[in-house]
Design a protein around this ligand. Structure first.
Ligand SMILES: Nc1ncnc2c1ncn2[C@@H]1O[C@H](COP(=O)(O)OP(=O)(O)OP(=O)(O)O)[C@@H](O)[C@H]1O
Length: 347
């Protein structure tokens, strides 16, 4: 277990500034995700923590001690990559044993440790199998066991689930989460999957263009993003331009009573009101609630259906469970305002 701190980390590749002053404070035993689009600098940050890459500036602290000059092998931070990188000519037992051999642990202790890990990652009976004889999920569990063999203080996971099919991915997420809680090992997960980050993390660092835009709990990030760019990482939302007066949002299309909006700032002249898709409720035309609207697009997605609805020439996106409205149908649109967020323009 370790408390990890990144202070003013910077990194350039050629002349491109890939990390710009990264600061992060990860408490002992926490699981934190680095979430952001491709190329924003997530893997580079992880590799710098692991010691695979050197930063151009800044400090990496484990338990308040700088590890900048400690080489990868001695840093107590182990990384699991997307491609697992198992040794193909070694069986499961030998793959997991490898790091212990490098550390010159004696044969008897190696056997005890490897058996313990095989049990932990639920691979009993697979000791003599080679990587080519294992499924993706099994290979990944070997990679995790091999990483844990050397008792790292910090576990670094670089998109570990992205090569797995959806069922296996859910199973492995659950598995890693349970393991992490059991071992209480400080874990940093790199992902570009918002749902994965929301489900797995104590906190998420949202990265864009080499910067951390917000570091917060999943709930705060989803419900109270500080900027539009952070909000957009967590899915498509609706935005309407207007102004706020006397607890009311006033726009060319629609006026809304914002008495229940927690994040209201009075007297904002030039705002974009963010409305989550799930706050746009659709009702049949017979009900009296809400404004009249017309369904202009419908996308069925199993648990939810996504609609585009036109009210007063304003196109709003709505996601609704258990509904069966059709394109062209006239409906009632209710906009719930408890989760809307006004952003000052230029945000
Ligand atoms: N060894 C390298 N040499 C030159 N440029 C690099 C190197 N490694 C990464 N980069 C560049 O640095 C930027 C950040 O890369 P990084 O791998 O950290 O992004 P990422 O957020 O992890 O992306 P992805 O989700 O696609 O893996 C990218 O523009 C990438 O092309």
């Amino acid at each position: 277990m370790s408390h990890v701190k990144l202070i003013n980390l910077t990194k350039r590749f050629d002349k491109v500034e890939v990390l710009k002053n990264i600061n992060l404070d990860i408490k002992e035993g926490e699981i934190v995700s680095l979430l952001g689009p491709s190329g924003c600098g997530k893997s580079t940050t992880l590799k710098i923590i692991a010691g695979i890459l050197e930063p151009d500036g800044g400090n990496i602290l484990f338990d308040e001690k700088s590890v900048n000059s400690i080489p990868t092998g001695k840093r107590d931070a182990s990384i699991v990559f997307q491609e697992y990188l198992l040794f193909p000519h070694m069986n499961v037992f030998e793959n997991i044993e490898f790091g212990l051999k490098m550390k010159k642990v004696n044969k008897k202790d190696r056997k005890i440790k490897v058996e313990e890990l095989i049990d932990l990652v639920k691979l009993s009976g697979f000791e003599n199998k080679y990587p080519s004889e294992l499924s993706g999920g099994q290979q990944q569990r070997v990679a995790i066991a091999r990483t844990l063999a050397i008792n790292p203080k910090v576990l670094l996971l670089d998109e570990p689930f992205s090569n797995l099919d959806i069922n296996l991915r859910n199973e492995m997420r659950e598995f890693v989460l349970n393991l992490q809680k059991k071992l209480k090992i400080t874990t940093i997960l790199v992902t570009h999957d918002k749902e994965e980050a929301l489900m797995m993390s104590d906190k998420i660092a949202v990265m864009l263009n080499g910067e951390i835009k917000q570091f917060d709990t999943p709930k705060n990030l989803y419900e109270k993003p500080k900027t539009k760019c952070v909000a957009n990482i967590f899915g498509e939302r609706n935005y309407i331009r207007g102004k706020i007066r006397d607890n009311k949002f006033i726009s060319d299309f629609i006026d809304l009573d914002l008495s229940y909006c927690e994040l209201l700032i009075e007297g904002m002249n030039n705002v974009e009101l963010m409305i989550p898709q799930e706050s746009i409720k659709l009702h049949s035309i017979e009900t009296e609630e809400g404004t009249k609207g017309k369904i202009i697009k419908r996308k069925y997605a199993g648990e939810k259906t996504y609609y585009h609805v036109d009210i007063n020439e304003l196109e709003l996106k709505s996601s609704v469970a258990n509904s069966n409205f059709t394109e062209g149908e006239i409906v009632r649109v209710e906009i719930q305002t408890d989760k809307v967020i006004p952003f000052k323009l230029n945000d």
